[in-house]
Structures are given as structure tokens and as C-alpha cells.
Write a new protein. Structure first.
Lengths: 226, 226
DNA sequence: CACTGGTTTCGATGATGATCGAAATATGGA
DNA sequence: TCCATATTTCGATCATCATCGAAACCAGTG
């Protein structure tokens, strides 16, 4: 499959919409994707089959549904890069984007947090000396080491994962970096376990609970009352 | 401009070919790009205008020519990522790709080296302790610091550039990392100044001169007699 | 002021392919 | 076994757009 064919797999509104819906990392059934893209199930089925052929998507049969997801994190990263090129979706008169588009406040990017909440967290951690910039990634300082461990993260284990430890991930809405990689994923998992955030599946929106607002403030000094 | 529109700008053979021809970092005139893509000048002109509109390309008028180039290194990186997804161009019976496709041996990627030469260089530097892996990027060690400075690189200046210092860049042919970023660019520049490599403009192929082979061996311990 | 070569505009054609209605297939439940 | 739901296949339609010939445009050059 040549370059232009892979690219063409995303060059149509319905396909781009379906792929973008999957950047959250969830696997969604075909019917749901059809609805999101605003096309009939047969059209969606056609597109999905082709994107699977092209290696962009993977499919898991389960029950009578077929769940589609991105084939790899690499695809998600390319989509985010492309979105950064094309610029965030335009809103009329841009009346404080964050107030309008909930995706800009707190959302998931595959398996870590993104949006203004994630950026605020990264900023605060850096200001408090938990993490420092290190080329394209973050590095956890001595202070941060203790802090994260106290919070319940097993940093040594995270470092031994094959994936990047603390990727500096730039998203399209803020155009500023937040924490991705193994650390970013672990943080989101821990937040969920602690009931600080809730995430409706099939959606990238993240809801911060009231206990989460308190926790984020007490533990990290982040004001999540956006 | 929405995601799918930007993507669609590359989803056709002629456009992909033209963009791919520009990944070398050179600016090429419209007629040359038309020839490379195998289309008539009028068709090429049409595509080029649209890609400029979409922010993928930039154009410089000079004399009676119009030189087109990629709008930014970010575009080059996306193209390389996409090529890694689609897989390298398929050759029949793949009889030792590197022996067949000169692009796989030594080529330029925008402003740094790529191909097997670049990978060999990165491997050797790492084995000799000049550089170390650091998350997504490379880091220059104490040893490397002295070595590079002795070679004539101004590392402090490179670190102060806005761009990443030593990006770990994975290319499609080797699927292994080599040195990009400011350091990668500086190395290629220095190699060219020293007459170690020659690069014909408008082409991504890099030729290692005989003095270059000696220099690479003596200075870095790299055997460039591919 | 023509002339040349590079580039763009215009107009028309032709092919690709996105889309949907209708029907077939698959899978679990009553 | 029959039904309901999810998904795919088939066939046809329709819009988009890549492409090229012809001609205009533009910038140096003689």
C-alpha cells in the first residue's frame, strides 16, 4: 500500500470523523461510528473495512458487535499531528474556546489526559519542581519521585515499560505540552481508580468529580474548577 | 481548514509524489515537480496552489521560477510517519533493499542524514558512549561533548536553538533511529563543509566521498564503505 | 518591442469513489 | 424455530475532482 493510498483513507469527512472519534483510545462499534460520522451504516461499513485493510484500524468481534479501534498509538499520534497542522476546529467568533468546547477542558488522548486540565497539571508539576523539561520529554526530579510514589505510582515499573516514560505531548487545543507516555497513562488510571475523574466510554470527555477537585488541589496544587 | 481537507491534499498520487520529493528539504521549481510526479505542468500547478493554500507547502518566487518547498519540518515529519505506516515502497523479491534502492543507504531528511549511514552513525556513537538514549531523544554524554566540540560543533549554541536538540528520528527504510534535530542538522552541515559528503540538490541521495570515508572512520569509527 | 520559457487560468472530459436503498448475512435471544 | 438487531454486500446514482489541451500571463533577454 503506497503513501497516497494510506493518506486517502483519511481524506474524506466521514472517515476523518470516524478516525478522530477513535483517538480517545476506545473501541467503538460500527453503528456508533456511523452515527458519529453522520452516514448510514452501510457507508460506514465500507469505510471501516477499507481502513482496516490499510492498517489504520483494527477490529475485534465481540458478541454481535464489531468494535473498531485505532491500529496503534502511532496512528493516534499522526492524527494529532495532522490536527495540529490543520488547526483546531474553527468556532464562530471564538468566544473563549474552552468555555464552548468541552473537549478543550479535559479529555483523554488514547490513554492519558489532555486538554487544559492536563496542561495545568503539567505546568503546576513543573513549577513545583516535580518534573523538568528534558528535550522532547519530561523528567521526574527527586522531589517528584517521592511525590508520585506517595500518590501510589510505581515509577520503577513504569520506567521499565517499553513505551516512553513521560512523553511531552502537544495537543491541538492548547498547543502546549502535557504529560503522555507511561507516566501520563498511569496518572489517568490512578485518577480514575481514586474516583477523581470519570470518563464515559466512547467519548473523550473527562469529568472531574468533586472529590477529584479537592484531591487535585491538595495533592498537586491544581485548581480543577475550570 | 478541517482535518480531512488537509489530509486530502496528499491523498492523490501526484500530490503525494510531489510532497515526497520535497522531504529532502530542497525547494524545487514547479516544472521539476511536475516531471517527478508524471503530470503536466498545468496539473502540477493546480495541485501546488492547493497545497500552498492548505499550509503544506511554501513558495518562493525567484527569477522566473517558483520554488516550492515544505512549509515546515513538521510536515516532513508527518510524511515520514505516514511512510512508516504505509511501509517502505515494495520491491519485487526484495533482493537486499539497501543494494537496490540508493535512498536506503544515505539520504537527507529535510536537513539531517537518514538511511543506513545515519543509523550506523547513531549506533556507533552510542556504542562509544558519545550519546545515550533519553526517552524519545538522544543526550550527549561528557565524552560526546568533547568529541563533538573537537569536531567543530558549537554544542551550546545548538542547545539554545528553539528546535529540539537531538531528536531520535525513525525513518521508513531502516525502521531504526538516527540523529535528527539541531545536532543532526549541524552534523550534516559539517560533513558537507568538510567535503565528506556531497548532496545533489533536488535529490535526497547523499554521496560519501573518499575523504569522507576516511574521516568517518577516524573520527567516529563508522565504516561508510557500504 | 518581439521572443522565449516557465507558470497559471480556463474549460471540458472522464474516472474515481462516496453515498444510499434494498437485500443478504450473521448472531444472539425468545 | 422464528425473530430482532448488527453488519455487510450489491447495485445504481451522483458529485467531486484529477487531468489535459488551449490559451493567457509574466519575467527576463535579445
Amino acid at each position: 500500500m503506497e503513501l497516497h493510498k494510506v493518506v486517502a483513507l483519511l481524506g474524506v469527512p466521514a472517515r476523518a470523523a470516524m478516525a478522530w472519534a477513535l483517538v480517545g483510545g476506545d473501541a467503538l462499534p460500527a453503528s456508533e461510528l456511523a452515527y458519529r460520522a453522520g452516514v448510514t451504516p452501510q457507508t460506514a461499513s465500507h469505510h471501516l473495512a477499507r481502513m482496516v485493510d490499510g492498517g489504520l484500524l483494527a477490529v475485534e468481534r465481540c458478541l454481535r458487535y464489531r468494535y473498531y479501534r485505532l491500529a496503534s498509538p502511532a496512528v493516534a499520534e499522526i492524527l494529532e499531528s495532522l490536527m495540529a497542522l490543520s488547526g483546531p476546529p474553527i468556532l464562530k467568533n471564538r468566544p473563549d474556546r474552552a468555555a464552548v468546547d468541552p473537549l478543550c477542558q479535559a479529555r483523554s488522548c488514547y490513554d492519558h489526559l489532555a486538554g487544559s486540565l492536563a496542561v495545568a497539571l503539567a505546568d503546576t508539576l513543573r513549577r513545583n519542581g516535580w518534573i523538568s523539561l528534558q528535550e522532547r520529554d519530561y523528567q521526574v526530579t527527586e522531589i517528584g519521585e517521592h511525590g508520585f510514589v506517595a500518590f501510589g505510582l510505581d515509577l520503577p515499573a513504569l520506567r521499565h515499560q517499553r513505551r516512553l516514560f513521560a512523553r511531552r505531548c502537544i495537543d491541538w487545543s492548547e498547543r502546549r505540552p502535557h504529560i503522555g507516555g507511561a507516566l501520563g497513562a498511569a496518572l489517568m488510571t490512578r485518577f480514575q481508580e481514586s474516583g477523581w475523574i470519570r470518563k464515559n466510554p466512547g467519548d473523550r470527555k473527562i469529568w472531574v468529580t468533586s472529590v477529584g477537585q479537592q484531591g487535585l488541589w491538595k495533592t498537586f496544587g491544581v485548581d480543577a474548577t475550570l
